[in-house]
Each structure stands twice: as C-alpha cells, then as structure tokens.
Design a protein around this ligand. Structure first.
Ligand code: FES
Length: 529
C-alpha cells in the first residue's frame, strides 16, 4: 500500500487513483463503472473478456496492475468513436457473431488492435490467431471470423428493428427458441450492453462472494469481499481427466465412457437485489444453455439484501462457478451388435427418462443403471443431457456416413457428416427459420460444443469427488484455430419453429465419434482431420 497517486488516461479522460495494487480491471469496472469490460475469470487472465487497449495494444486487464499502465492511454469499447462502435456492432450482429455478448467487447478490442497494426480484413488466419487469447462458448468462432471480415467492408447500418434487411425481433425469437431464454439480437449486444445482472447493479450495492464454508462474505467492494473470503484461485491441475464409471458387464460391439463436463459459460453467476425487491436474473442474455437454471445467486441476493437493508450484489468467481455449478453427468455404456444396450449413469434426477427419450421406441432393449458416486453435482438441465448420449449410442452401429438426430423434446432434426478432409457438413430442419443468421450461429456453436465434448472437454475429479480443473482454460473448450470448416444448410420448412441446435450438438458428437473409429473414452484427445 502506498499514498502515491497514479495518473493515466481512460477513454480520453485523465484519471488519478491511489497506488493500492489494484488491477486495471478493478479500476475500470468497479471504480469507473465501465461495464463493457467483463470479468469471466479474474484473476486467471485466460478468457479474454476483460481485454482493453493500452496505447492501442490489446491487454488483458485482470492481470495488469494499474501501476504498470501509469501515464498510458486506456481504451474500452465505450471509448471507441461512434463510427467504430457502429462498424463493429453492426458486423457482429450481421454475422451472428454475438449470442450472449459477454465475450465480444474484448474480442472487438482485440480486432481493433489487429486492424490498427495493419492486418488485412480478409486475413482470417491472423484473426483466428489473435483469438488465441479469448474464449467464446456460444458462437463456434466462424461467425466471429466472418465479423472480422465484414467490419472492414460493410457500410454502417443504423436501426434497431431492421438490420441489413433482417427483422431483429424475429431473430430474437429464434435465439430464444435455441437458447431457451430471452435474448437480444442487436448491435449493442456485441458492445457489451446486453443487460447482464452484474452490469446493472447500483454502484452503492454491497458485494457478496461465497466463502469456503458455503456462507457468503459481504463487503463494501468486490476486492474487499474477495480479500475477506480468503480466495485462493484455482490452477490447472496435473491430474488426468478419466471417465469415472466402469463399463457394465457384457460382450459389447461398442463401448463409450464419458467424463464430467463443465458447462463453461463465460458470464459467471451473478445477481443483485434491493431489500424486498425482485432479484436480477443470472440468465442474462442467454442462460448458458440451461446450466444456470439452478444457480443459487438469485435467492442469496434477495436474502442478503433483506438482511442488510441495502442492495446487495452476489458475484461468483470462475472458481466458485466450477465448484458449485452442475456438470454433464458421465456415462459408461455398452452396445451389442443386435442393437441392445446397457447404460450406467451417475444418479441424476430425470436422467433415466431423458436417456429413454433419446433412445426412442424403435431401438433394441435398453437397460439403465443409476449409481451413486463421489463427484460434482450433475443435472439434466445441461444441454441435451442423457438424450444426446442415447441417440449417439443408437446411431453407432450404422454404416451411413452421416449421423441424423431428432431432438425428442422439440422434433428439430440435424444431419451431420464429417468429410475426409475433416470439414463438418450440417443440414438442419427446425421449422420456419425466422432468421437464418441466428440459426446458423447457433448451429455453428453447437458444432463447436459437440466437437469439444468428444475430443477435448472434461474435468479432472479426484477419488474424493473434488474438482481439480478450476481455471477456464482447463475445461478443454476448443479455440478458434482448432475449429475445422463448418457448413450449415437450413432446409426450407414452414412449420412451427423448433429448436435444432441441440440436435446439431448431438449429431456432431455422433459424427465425430464415428469419424474417429468409435474410441471408447471421451475426451479422445484428437481433432478430426
Ligand atoms: Fe461468446 Fe457468448 S457470445 S461467450
């Protein structure tokens, strides 16, 4: 601690702050209220959501002490000029590159820095390499690379309801069908203005964070709350991710064991509430594909606000979200050549029913065994949990090149095929598209998630059930440079709009598994190609 003042310029305004060891993220977001600077993993420095420009160069602000940027010029998305804001916001909206919109302000600044360095607008490889410092859970990367190209070439289009000939209200309806909760589709989403709970809490609110014993520590600021809670940030483990369940006994044609999988949504759980008021939803602009539906932050915000007689913000760190949030339930399954199967699962409410729905009525006999074991909480609210595994298993005896999956909850259909070069061909039928850009974006994102599930995603969990992968990079989410070409065809269909992206997720996983020769354990550690 020191009494010295530090001087810097933020979005063109001179700022003087005490030299107290704070990070640049804390200064920008907590003290200056610049809410486009998102906190997805601080202080891990791994998700890229808090990226800002320092003298025009992208820098991850959660691991940058203010002291290190004294006398420098800092730019956040709020500080980009109006033309740049329109240009990037328009491009991300036009290409479906921003779904929840949590990762995008940081990515926009990364791209702005790339352009300022003279990169060509059509250099997708340079853009993909620049994205190494970022994670996006929603879009599957290709729409983001499209946005990079479009930003340099498309004229600025201003207008909320119609955007480059699109009906953005209809686009929002399709996004809600695919994501399960209301979602704004508009240029401002990409600029970080999608209405996240933690962005909208009053500056006077108390801040509550989880303590190691499960209670909440309440303080006047986030930094003070973290300090009082004695937070020790997680590290990437050296432990292996091993599928936890033994296979059922039997003579099997195919076997499959999966691991716990982290939902890995980038906006960690947050809510806030006034005394006696309604707590803000942590689902924000997307809802994490179901994974946040049981988040305890809403109830905690309400209870703590009443207890303290003041507005209270409840904020999870990345480590809190990993430790407390539900995971995809692991399975161990055997499939006989006659089409009958036995599936062992971690006991999870509603999972056996979901598996039977995915197996369908035309399959062979299916035996399901739920077992208790040590490990993280599991939930069927996770994307397509149970039914996707069953549908994939059922398709595993086929000789067809493509895997076709119908979502038993919506009737949306997807056909996915991996061509010999490794590129992924997707055909979907989900009723009236409403907005093809959004359908395509969700399908791309589902391909990304299905591909990652089979090849790279999984959590290391020890014999006592403790999770060892606590950093956002350790979950195995694929990076932009790792995604093969993906082509999406939307079949003409004037029926009632139906969610298709979960079927794409399942069909992609099934197609990758088949393409790799049905290796028995996921993640396989290999990409297609
Ligand atoms: Fe990238 Fe949601 S749009 S994380």
């Amino acid at each position: 601690m020191s009494d010295t003042e530090l001087h810097l310029t933020v979005n063109g305004v001179a700022v003087a702050v005490p030299d107290d060891g704070s990070s640049l993220l804390t200064l920008l977001r907590e003290r200056l209220g610049l809410s486009s600077v998102k906190d997805g993993c601080a202080p891990q420095g791994q998700c890229g959501c808090c990226t800002v420009l320092v003298d025009g160069q992208p820098r991850v602000s959660c691991v940058t002490p203010v002291r290190r940027v004294r006398d420098r010029e800092i730019t956040t998305v709020e500080g980009l000029d109006a033309d740049q804001q329109h240009r990037w916001g328009d491009a991300f909206c036009a290409t479906g590159a921003s779904q929840c919109g949590f990762c995008t302000p940081g990515i926009i600044l990364r791209f702005a820095g790339l352009v300022a360095k003279g990169a060509e607008p059509d250099d997708r490889d340079a853009a993909a390499r620049a994205l190494q410092a970022h994670l996006c859970r929603c879009t599957g990367w290709h729409p983001i690379l499209d946005a990079y190209e479009v930003a340099a070439t498309r004229p600025v289009t201003v207008g909320r309801a119609h955007h480059a000939g699109r009906d953005l209200v209809a686009a929002g309806r399709r996004a809600e069908i695919e994501g399960g909760v209301a979602q704004r589709v508009e240029p401002s989403t990409a600029l970080g203005q999608a209405g996240f709970a933690d962005d909208e809490a009053p500056g006077t609110a108390l801040v509550a964070v989880p303590a190691p014993d499960g209670s909440f520590v309440v303080a006047e600021s986030l930094a003070e709350a973290w300090s009082k809670a004695g937070k020790v940030q997680g590290r990437r483990t050296t432990s292996e991710c091993v599928p936890p369940l033994e296979l059922p006994d039997g003579e099997w044609e195919r076997t499959l064991r999966t691991s716990w999988v982290e939902p890995a949504y980038l906006e960690v759980d947050a809510s806030w509430c006034r005394p006696g008021g309604q707590p803000a939803s942590p689902l924000a602009n997307g809802g994490a594909f179901g994974a946040k539906s049981t988040s305890p932050v809403r109830q905690a915000a309400r209870r703590l606000a009443d207890e303290h007689g003041r507005p209270v913000r409840v904020v999870f760190s990345r480590e809190d979200a990993v430790r407390q949030g539900p995971k995809r339930p692991p399975i161990a399954a055997g499939l006989r050549s006659d089409g009958s199967a036995s599936i062992r699962v971690v006991r999870t409410s509603g999972l056996e029913e979901a598996i039977r729905a995915g197996w369908g009525s035309g399959g062979g006999p299916l035996h399901i065994e739920s077992v208790d074991g040590r490990g993280p909480r599991t939930s069927t609210a996770i994307r397509a949990a149970g039914w996707a595994e069953a549908a994939i298993l059922r398709s595993a005896l086929s000789d067809e090149a493509a895997v076709v999956v119908e979502d038993p909850t919506t009737g949306g259909r997807a056909r996915v095929e991996i061509d010999p070069s490794g590129s992924i061909e997707v055909v979907v039928s989900g009723g009236e598209a409403l907005d093809e850009v959004v359908v395509r974006s969700y399908c791309m994102g589902a391909v990304h998630m299905g591909l990652g599930w089979v090849t790279s995603e999984g959590l290391a969990v020890d014999e006592r059930g403790s999770i060892h992968d606590l950093t956002v990079r350790s979950f195995g989410v694929l990076r932009a440079v790792e995604i093969p070409p993906v082509h999406v065809v939307i079949e003409p269909d004037q029926g009632e709009p139906r969610r298709v992206s979960d079927a794409v997720f399942a069909a992609t996983a099934g197609a990758i598994w088949r393409h790799q020769g049905h290796p028995p354990d996921w993640p396989t550690g290999r990409l297609p190609g």
